[in-house]
Design a protein around this ligand. Sequence first.
Ligand code: ATP
Ligand code: MG
Length: 505
Amino acid sequence: MEPVRILVVEDEVIVARTIANQLNQLGYTVIGTASSGQVAITKALEGKPELVLMDVILKGEMDGITAASQIREQLDIPVIFLTAYGDDNTVQRAKTTQPFGYIIKPFTPKDLRIAIEIGLLKHQLEQDLRENRDRLATLLNSMSDAVIATNEQGIVTFINPAAESLTGWKQADALGKDISRILQLVDEVTETSVENPVTRVLREQQVVYLNDFTSLITKNGSRVPIGDSASPIMRHPGQINGVVVVFWDLSERRQTQLLEQALLKEQEVNQLKSLFISTVSHEFRNPLSVIQSSVELIELQGENLTTDKRNTYLNRISSAVQSMKQLMEDVLFMGKSDAGKLECHAHPLNLKEFCRELLAEFTMIHPTSAEIIFSCESDRTDAFMDEQLLRYIFTNLLNNAIKYSPNGGNVLFQLTCDLIHQLAIFCVQDQGIGIPEADQARIFESFYRASNVQSIPGTGLGLVIVKKCVEAHQGQISIHSQAGVGSTFTVILPINYSSNAADEA
Ligand code: ATP
Ligand code: MG
């Protein structure tokens, strides 16, 4: 290592020479000696020493303290004072020049060496500290995230340019203010103010994060959606000396999120539309091909066609037309309800009578081996409901109960009128194949069919329509089912449906 280069400022020539000799013997390089303040400044600027030994009292107009402060203004080097007195006044004046040490005369070469080495070390440490501070300041100032630091009372001690522009508070105004004035937060969903993260960190003594949908209220009152984290500053474990809050503008991200959501929704709607079209066309193709093949067979057999066969083909055609008609009706019904045109036109009716008539009609049109047993314990079953919608609901539920009970078994159709709560409770219970648990949550979706019904024909629209009719009545539908055991559909409707109640809901 190169020997340290030192300038000696001492107006006593002999003393100066003695010090220079001692320094040389100690292994330092003396770049020169100066006997006045002015000469010291000139020699320091020219010779660029790494350290100056400065006598406090110098002959001439300028004393050592003034010379030292002028050297320090221009060069970043340590100055060590040599003094014969340690009086308070001299020490106080010397202090203002941020000295790196004092050597009281007379001194030994050992004193000299210790003072020089401590001075050099102190200077090096100060330089490192300054560099670190500069580096940190540059980093914080060029950061795109906003940073605010506070002391342990929540008073702002630092704010970077990004935080200035996000909050609208200039550094000069923000420093010294309580953080709650600079960082005002509001919950976008509840519109209530959010507890300041600094207060939370000081209380909880740990890092805290903001909830989603938090906005900052800037100095001019506008709102910016932000995300943030706030961390305690701890110099010693368990003792908080302050808090640093890092936050960032989420406006753009929020916009992108909203756009993405809208796009996803549109994609879903488009997918649903395509699925709807392809399923409906597929469902039409089956009965159409039945009709086509039956017509071809009638034509092909011409006069050889027996009456029996002719009736079989005509029956096939008729049931194909019937299923196409049903599908058409379902699709039209769906369209109507999707367009929000499904209205509940309630009229007075007796539910017990209605159920009996519906069952009689149903069993006539759908002859089945299963027996449908109707029961009603209630005496008063007068209601105010839409008969057509009720017909849709129970025809579909009974249809399913029969269709999904290939091995027969009883179907129970039960009605109870709860006059206290003014509710009519209908249950349709079968002993059929049941619905696997994994499918139960989805059977009210359009075209959804459970995994155990492959061999049983169906479109997956019946329950969608049922649910819409129930909702049009301000009612509820629920299922209880177990695969292989059976299913119970429970429909609860207000006995006296009023359109006003629906409007208010
Ligand atoms: P369609 O539109 O002709 O009624 P679908 O009967 O398949 O066809 P939904 O009535 O909506 O359609 O029923 C949806 C699915 O729910 C059925 O495919 C079936 O998997 C299941 N499901 C409905 N009711 C029952 C029931 N009683 N027992 C077992 N599974 C049922
Ligand atoms: Mg069905």
